[in-house]
Design a protein around this ligand. Structure first.
Ligand SMILES: [Zn+2]
Length: 983
């Protein structure tokens, strides 16, 4: 599944010191709604949430009749089961449906039974008066009724408005991980695979689609039509899907497969791009896996209300509209990348997840790690010029390094039992870190062995469920067959990979020169700067390196291994004036800290014309590692910031993505403080060359990475009131507002910058003009972009009104987008108090509005991550105390948010002086760069302030935002290619 908001990824960076996975809410996690799984269900033993597996489900026949007059549905399910060991008790799941009849029969003989239901675990138990015996096959028949809720889970309702203003209803499904049980009683565990035959009874004006192809449609006595679909292969319950709608379809048969894309009628033209790349991605996956796509067709559908980003239902992939629909002339380059990578993610799941599913949710990463890996490496097959192999490192790998450095992170292979626990691991660790470790394995095994090992794994486990050991065994067998470790018997694939998947966190490697080479040692990296208590964790670390007298950034095979021990020596020839760089192309999952001599050599080299000789991924690595090591107190800020000065000449987008990511943290901490102008000037001086290089205007022949980095660079420049940027932005906005036709000719990629600048520097008129455009827009991605820009206004009254609109059910802002509004507001320094006060004054209304989502939790965490003053800290603390009893499942996140603010304030007190002094020295020694309209730079930093910073400047940064456009982080999020929650 793909989650909306890559908050997980990016937000985590911003949540500072206290990066907890609870705070990190996810593009990928939007789907999941812990509020529905609150602890109010009572405390039960972990095993109570697992079915006893006395019987084995083999075949489901399901018939559903949705009713759009009263939003209910009637269902019947016949489940054929066997009892290998015989049993007199059957346990299965259902949730939020009403069971009317239950009949268990064997050989057409009904067996008397008593039933009981435990709401906390959703487990329905049938005690049989006559036991089932091992040879017979029996049928559980259940008649039931349910409600088509509007909470985007289970079998639920959604709607859209036609061009004529008519509201049309549809019903769709979202089952992963534990909501199939809301649509039909079932054995709702991923390891319990069965065949499914689905029947949908619908009115004649609608159509239905499901995983499999339609076999027949027949009229029923009550005036409906019953559609019957073919029997599926063995599959997990969470992958079953069906949609009943009046959607139109675009279809393509390329002689291998039938592709269809289903969307609301007036959006059909927006499906062309998705259709154009779909066959190429499937072909890549078929070639990679050497296994053909199994289903007779591949449907994709854009569902107007959709909690996750997208969902990989086998044969019927579902999406948020903005992750499938691309509108030429309106959608941005980042939208396009999001769409391509989400399609690749979901298509990769057709093999990794659907064909081979996790035995239990502990192994979720066997799905999401591979899907994340292919998000980049399969998309590359259809968009070869996007440099997605490099984007993987700066977006997924470095994102995971950030998220995995908190004390509360978890191992990739997790231990989960309850629905809440299961949902909580749809996070950066299961997606990006797992994807990164998979790439690490690819490089230490070599690509060919990696591919052959994966083919072995898929071949052995096809139509079955797997554990991590199944994967490791397949890779190990292949590694042995290819003698990858050259008879070095210490090295064992399973042992190596277990050290990375069963232990939380990762090491930083300290490198010190010795007489004969270098001494290396490993310690767990914690962003708090704390040292891990004994016994210290160690990993099997593949070590690659190069030196500047024999530069080789291409060979990523390990030269040596740090073998699960804390330190070792490496012999190599290293002249006094020669640098060494470890972790070539950042293929392995660790950070590197060097001695002072090496940093000095690297700084000089980077600041010479030779910097280009260092691979762009390692330039990105040096920035990312040093700024995070400094943030944790392991490296001096002066050393880390010294490395950044070479960026004044850098024009490759890859190192910039890393820098902007790390910069966002500093920006958030300095925003509104008296040293903020100093910080802005530092940034503007670094980016002026890049600004000149990419320019303000979009050019027809720009490469895709140029388009992406332009947006981010202009966003920082305009937000920091860089005159050239602001002037260009307002001139462009005027060409739109002043034209009589009101045709928007602003290039789509520039709209976020132009809108935000116009709203920020304009008044009510500009805001109202743009809000009107939101109401008229027919393109989902464009709507979200405008919603984000509307938060850029400095008018506090407007901001308050905007928040009110966001939680008004009758407004045109969908529930799934309402958090975007909050994040757009609190992402600006002056919006933090506005958003918090609004939440505080309208607590009940906000809580109720987001009751079916994790919105309240996300909003509290998001606002807190932006707080920079002791007064705000106090307000938040009071708020949490006051609502201790009614925050519900958001209470833990709220308490964590208070801790986050405490830690952030302490961090600022500790490092502010060093950073400011460095910036003073830097801005004095560099030639005058671009100036901001806020006047001369203030040179402070002589004192360590503990007082409340002022928030005088209207600058935006970001954080946990769903907000897209006007803040830099968001631009980075867009760059990542994951804009929306779970896939
Ligand atoms: Zn996924």
């Amino acid at each position: 599944m793909v989650q909306t908001w890559h908050l997980g990824a990016c937000v985590s960076l911003l949540l500072l010191i206290n990066i907890t996975s609870a705070n990190v809410i996810p593009l990928r996690e939007l789907h999941f709604n812990p509020d529905r799984y609150s602890e109010s269900r009572g405390t039960r033993a972990d095993e109570d949430y697992h079915l006893p597996k006395t019987v084995k489900p083999e075949f489901y026949k399901i018939t559903l009749t949705p009713n759009f007059d009263n939003f209910t549905f009637i269902g019947t399910v016949d489940i054929t089961v066997s009892a290998p060991n015989g049993t007199d008790s059957i346990s299965l799941h259902y949730d939020k449906i009403t069971v009317d009849t239950v009949i268990v029969s064997c050989n057409n003989v009904e067996i008397p039974l008593n039933d009981s239901y435990v709401e906390a675990t959703n487990i329905f138990t049938l005690e049989l008066e006559t036991p089932l015996i091992s040879e017979e096959s029996c049928i559980i028949h259940i008649d039931y009724e349910g409600v088509l809720h509007d909470d985007m889970a289970g079998f639920y309702r959604s709607s859209y408005t036609t061009a004529d203003g008519e509201e049309r209803w549809l019903a769709a499904t979202q089952f992963e991980p534990t909501d199939a049980r809301r649509a039909f009683p079932c054995f709702d565990e991923p390891g319990l695979k069965a065949a499914f035959q689905i029947n949908i009874r619908r009115t004649k004006d609608l159509k239905s689609i499901s995983n499999m192809n339609l076999l027949s449609s027949k009229d029923t006595a009550d005036g409906l039509v019953e559609d019957s679909f073919a029997v599926s292969p063995l599959m997990s319950t969470y992958l079953v899907a069906f949609i009943v709608s009046d959607f139109k379809q675009l279809s393509l048969n390329d002689d291998h497969h039938l592709y269809r894309i289903w969307v609301k009628g007036d959006a059909l033209t927006q499906a062309s791009y998705s259709m154009s790349i779909s066959p190429g991605i499937i072909e890549f996956m078929e070639n990679f896996t050497a296994i053909q796509y199994k289903f007779p067709k591949l449907d994709q559908a854009a569902v107007p209300d959709f909690a996750a980003g997208a969902m990989e239902n086998w044969g019927l992939v579902t999406y948020r509209e903005r992750l499938l629909l691309y509108s030429e002339g309106t959608s941005t380059s980042s939208n396009k990348q999001n769409i391509a990578s989400v399609i690749a993610h979901e298509f990769a799941h057709q093999w990794f997840g659907d064909l081979v599913s996790p035995q239990w949710w502990d192994y979720l990463w066997l799905n999401e790690g591979f899907a994340t890996y292919f998000e980049f490496f399969a998309t590359q097959a259809v968009e070869p010029n996007w440099r997605l192999d490099h984007q993987f490192v700066v977006n997924a790998h470095q994102n995971a390094l950030a998220a995995d450095s908190s004390a509360t992170t978890h191992p990739i292979t997790a231990s989960v039992h309850t629905p809440a626990q299961i949902n909580s691991i749809f996070d950066t660790i299961s997606y990006d870190k797992a994807g990164s470790i998979i790439r690490t394995a690819e490089h230490f095994l070599t690509h060919n062995t990696f591919v052959k090992g994966l083919r072995r794994y898929l071949g052995i486990k096809a139509f079955e469920a797997a554990t991590a050991d199944d994967l490791f065994d397949a890779l190990a067998t292949q590694a042995d067959a290819d003698n990858i470790f050259q008879n070095d018997t210490d090295l064992n694939v399973k042992t190596i990979l277990k050290s990375w998947t069963e232990q939380a966190g990762y090491p930083y490697i300290t490198v010190q020169r010795t007489e004969n080479g270098i001494h290396i040692s490993q310690k767990k990296f914690l962003i708090s700067g704390e040292t891990e208590e004994e016994p210290a964790t160690t990993w099997w670390v593949p070590i690659t390196y190069t030196t500047n007298n024999s530069i080789d950034f291409e060979n990523t095979a390990p030269k040596v291994w740090l073998r699960n021990i804390s330190e070792d020596d490496i012999e190599l020839t290293l002249a006094d004036n020669e640098w060494v760089i470890l972790n070539i192309q950042e293929t392995a999952f660790y950070r590197v800290i060097y001695d002072d001599v090496n940093y000095e050599l690297l700084k000089d080299y980077l600041n010479s014309d030779n910097y280009i000789n260092i691979h762009p991924l390692n330039r990105a690595q040096l920035l990312d590692d040093s700024l995070y090591l400094a943030r944790a107190g392991l490296l001096s800020y002066s050393t880390a910031l010294d490395l950044t000065t070479y960026l004044a000449a850098e024009t490759d987008f890859v190192p910039w993505v890393s820098f902007y990511r790390a910069l966002t943290f500093l920006n958030t901490r300095f925003a509104g403080t008296e040293d903020y102008d100093l910080f802005k000037n530092y940034v503007l001086q670094l980016i002026q060359n890049l600004y000149r290089s990419v320019g303000f205007n979009a050019l027809e022949y720009d490469e895709h990475p140029t388009k992406l980095i332009r947006v981010t660079t202009l966003t920082w420049a305009c937000n920091f009131n860089y005159d050239l940027c602001l002037n260009s932005a307002s001139a462009l906005f005027r060409t739109w507002t002043d034209s009589t036709s009101r045709i928007n000719r602003i290039p789509p990629d520039l709209r976020s910058v132009v809108y935000c600048s116009a709203v920020s520097n304009g008044g009510v008129d500009e805001w109202a003009f743009l809000y009107d455009e939101f109401l008229k827009s027919k393109v989902a991605s464009d709507q979200v972009l405008i919603l984000s820009a509307l938060g850029c206004t400095r008018d506090v009254t407007l901001l308050r009104q905007y928040l009110t609109i966001a939680i008004t059910p009758e407004s045109k802002i969908r529930l799934q987008d309402a958090q975007t509004v909050f994040s757009a507001v609190y992402s600006r320094p002056e919006g933090v108090d506005v958003a918090f006060d609004f939440l505080s004054n309208n607590f009940v209304a906000v809580q109720q509005y987001f009751a079916s989502t994790s919105g309240l939790r996300n909003i509290i965490s998001g606002i807190a991550s932006r707080m920079t003053t002791h007064a705000q800290h106090q307000k938040l603390s009071d708020f949490v105390s006051q609502h201790e009893t009614d925050l519900g499942s958001a209470l833990a996140a709220a308490k964590a948010a208070v801790e986050t603010v405490t830690a952030n304030l302490a961090w600022f007190d500790k490092y502010r002086q060093d950073i400011s002094e460095w910036m003073v020295a830097y801005t004095e020694t560099t030639t005058s760069g671009p100036t901001t309209t806020t006047g001369p730079t203030t040179t402070t930093g002589q004192t360590t302030t503990t007082g409340p910073p002022t928030s005088e400047t209207p600058i935006t940064t970001t954080d946990a935002g769903t907000s897209l456009s006007c803040n830099p982080l968001i631009s980075i999020i867009i760059l990542t290619g994951y804009m929306v929650a779970k896939y």
